[in-house]
Design a binder for this molecule. Sequence first.
Ligand code: HEC
Ligand code: HEC
Length: 224
Amino acid sequence: MSNKAARNLFIFGSIFFFVIFLALTYDTMSQVEKRAPEITEGVNAGKMVWHKYDCIGCHTIFGNGSYFAPDMTKIVEKKPKGYLKQFLMDPKAVNPNASMPTLGISASEADEMITFLDWISKVDTNGWPPKPILAVASGVAGKELTPGEKVYRAQNCSGCHSISGIGGTSGPALNHVGSKREKTWLIGHFKDPKAFVPNSAMPPFGHLSEKDLNDLADYMVSLK
Ligand code: HEC
Ligand code: HEC
């Protein structure tokens, strides 16, 4: 290669790759903009509450923090806000088995905290953290589900409850609920938990059809 050809290759090669670099930078920057919604006053206030009570001493956000307690990145998608508010203010009143201490969070601080966690949950994390694979809560996979089991799955009751050890621990285990509760109680409780258990943090399911509620109650009654 002559000197001139080498120089041209250097100059035009550099320009070529610089243009590609600019295009990719532009592309990345325009995506970053869309990855998180706007930060409001409420989000800021909630972040201050997060620091005040040192939540990160036990929890993680985006995987950063301590591994004593669950990650909070997508918690607002997993648990209804009414439940979260009650839990934050007094964990043991909601779930007697909770090991999170009562930190003295006020109602307004809880609201701010939830605004912050809601903002966090909307940040595009490319699907992280991966969703757990929820096994069929009742026994053998491949078995035909009863109508009640289908409603149980569709409503994600196992996010809070466990059956035979499978599911969450926010609410009581339902293994033997059929020996404890009757059908009328169950249906009434689904529609309006607070009317049956004062201060219940379970979200109401009154929006379900009578048939779904009935199927669900039949399923619960069968758990003995
Ligand atoms: C001393 C450790 C500790 C601190 C501090 C702490 N948590 Fe927790 N938190 C836990 C543990 C452990 C759990 C898992 C459930 C349980 O056993 O209580 C939990 C659960 C939660 C849950 C989920 C409840 C559910 O049912 O899914 C939320 C929401 C939560 N914490 C928010 C917070 C926030 C917000 C702060 C700061 C204001 C905070 N936590 C501070 C230990 C802690
Ligand atoms: C956000 C968490 C949460 C979700 C989701 C949830 N529950 Fe609950 N559930 C609770 C809590 C907390 C309690 C304890 C307070 C109470 O009894 O109301 C409870 C109580 C119950 C009880 C009474 C258990 C007993 O021993 O008295 C039944 C039955 C029940 N839930 C069934 C369901 C079903 C079925 C679904 C889905 C349609 C569901 N729950 C969804 C949190 C939840």
